[in-house]
Write a protein that binds this ligand. Structure first.
Ligand SMILES: C[S@@+](CC[C@H](N)C(=O)[O-])C[C@H]1O[C@@H](n2cnc3c(N)ncnc32)[C@H](O)[C@@H]1O
Length: 496
């Protein structure tokens, strides 16, 4: 069910509006307008988590206003599947027959009415005001009528009313507002990674889907050698992460205002991503390997920022490869401080715009540690990317599968004998994780699968709990509080 932030922006007890539409506000209140702007941008292809900070800056929204606008926008996008069913009943027409801008206004109204603690009169008044401002007087009548009907039931009553009978995947998809194919894929992933059995999978799946809908905490990483956890805790409203030795959890505030984040010594990063980079660096390797590490899919540079710091600590250089020129520029800008530090200690951090699939043939056996953070569906990071579940298609897997296999094969070629490759995804989909590793290994006899579990350590040095039977690791939002990252650690056998 939608999370309920504190009462604000029209607090007081929840009641139905008695104000006539004509007496209601005629202008768009700034936080609603910001949320609407985000929804329209997402409809045009924007990424919500990148666009929202821009909108807030442009509209000069800060503090509680920024938090309200963000929850209104992100919650509306997450719950869009359920809300469209509610709108269809309340409007007595399929949502496809409602103009997209009007539908976005209605979705925002529904989220305020049933998903947030906005009193009915404020939700209706402000949403009708928004409708007048952005879609015109004519459509505001429809918005008013639909929201009156929506306000007649609470979330539970609406959810029961629009959920298909018979339970199963179709019902879970509506209740938790995910596309059905995603629910099916996550169910298969819970079973395929051994997280659930046929007896427990329904409960696990419901918990996972619920975690996808909970607004995630913001985590920062103190990039090794550049910043410390203590420094971040002192500089921000933050506490040390219990899970990651290099992480802090932000209690509030804008991460962009933390000096260490602004100058690239720290970054916003999920704890799961922190663990992947730490795990690759933690594997023991024999002496005498090349002092070069490789990030084969580096854009926009999050894990490279950690890996590069760790490489310098180990006396190694980092090469970061990214095929997209724009994303390679993001890596360069993300790794600026690290590159300076590398120069100061006589090492190098190099960013290359190149196709990672070709690197193994171009530079065989050259790297001691290689990270393949493969392009994937991102089904493990749905809580951080509110629109991703609606944008992704099952057909994406057909394109991604061969690319993932080719990148892993290239990474293994690029690894020195005795070196280690980490294959990672921010998706638990079995077709992007276990199947990729198994398929690539079928064609080679120069790889040993390592048990990845001992390499994942919490802030106290203890192995992370609930890592299953191994050898690969699948993290879960509802279990570990991280994105659902997958990790396989593979050692290239020394030449015989
Ligand atoms: C999951 S993202 C990597 C995220 C990154 N490791 C981080 O932590 O910020 C995958 C990246 O691989 C890049 N990519 C896709 N195909 C590639 C290829 N053939 N060679 C190199 N990079 C590729 C994508 O552009 C994308 O930036």
């Amino acid at each position: 069910m939608p999370d309920r932030p504190s009462r604000s922006h029209g607090g007081g007890p929840r009641r139905r509006s008695r104000t006539a539409p004509s007496e209601r506000t005629r202008r768009a209140e700034p936080t609603r307008f910001a949320a609407y702007t985000l929804l329209r941008a997402v409809a045009d292809g924007a990424y919500a988590n990148l666009e929202m900070p821009r909108i807030l800056r442009r509209r000069r929204l800060e503090g509680r206003d920024a938090a309200f606008a963000t929850e209104l926008a992100f919650g509306t996008v997450r719950w869009q599947g359920l809300y469209d069913r509610i709108v269809a009943v309340a409007a007595d027409r399929p949502v496809e027959r409602i103009d997209p801008p009007v539908l976005d206004v209605l979705r925002l109204g529904v989220h305020q009415l049933v998903g947030m603690r906005v009193p009915a009169h404020a939700a209706a008044d402000q949403t009708v005001g928004l409708a007048r401002a952005v879609v015109g007087q004519g459509a505001s009548g429809l918005v008013n009528a639909v929201l009156r009907r929506v306000g007649e039931r609470d979330l539970e009553e609406w959810t029961d009313a629009v959920t298909p009978e018979g339970g199963g995947v179709a019902a879970l998809a509506v209740r938790h507002s995910h596309p059905e194919w995603v629910v099916t894929a996550l169910r298969a992933a819970l079973l395929g990674h051994g997280r659930a059995t046929p007896d427990t999978v329904d409960a696990e799946l419901a918990a996972l889907l619920a975690a996808d809908n909970a607004p995630p905490q913001v985590h920062l990483v103190a990039r090794p050698g550049l910043a410390t956890v203590d420094e971040l805790v002192a500089a921000a409203d933050a506490e040390p992460s219990a899970t990651s030795p290099i992480g802090v959890v932000l209690r509030g505030g804008d991460p962009g205002r933390v000096a260490a984040v602004r100058d690239g010594r720290a970054a916003v990063q999920d704890e799961g991503s922190q663990h992947l980079a730490l795990a690759l660096a933690a594997v023991e390797v024999a002496d005498g390997l090349p002092t070069r590490w490789l990030d084969l899919c580096a854009g926009p540079g999050g894990k490279a920022g950690v890996l590069g710091g760790l490489a310098l600590e180990h006396g190694a250089d980092l090469t970061a490869v990214e095929v997209s020129p724009h994303r390679a520029d993001l890596v360069r800008s993300s790794l600026g401080s690290l590159a300076e530090r590398a120069e100061a200690v006589g090492r190098s951090v190099e960013v290359r715009t190149a196709d990672g699939r070709e690197l193994g043939a171009e530079e065989p056996g050259r790297y001691a540690r290689v990270l393949v953070d493969a392009p994937c569906t991102g089904l493990g990071a749905l809580r951080r990317r509110p629109e991703a579940r609606w944008r992704r298609q099952p057909s994406d897997l057909a394109t991604l599968g061969p690319l993932q296999r080719a990148l892993l094969a290239s990474a293994l070629d690029a690894a020195a004998p005795g070196g280690v490759v980490a294959y990672a995804t921010c998706s638990p989909h079995v077709a992007e994780t276990r199947f990729v590793v198994a398929d690539v290994l079928k064609k080679r006899d120069d790889v040993e699968v390592l048990d990845a579990r001992p390499s994942l350590r919490d802030a106290h040095g203890e192995q992370l709990p609930e890592l299953g039977d191994g050898p690969h690791v699948q993290l879960w939002p509802h279990v570990h509080g991280t994105d659902a990252m997958f990790l396989a650690l593979l050692r290239k056998r020394a030449a015989r």
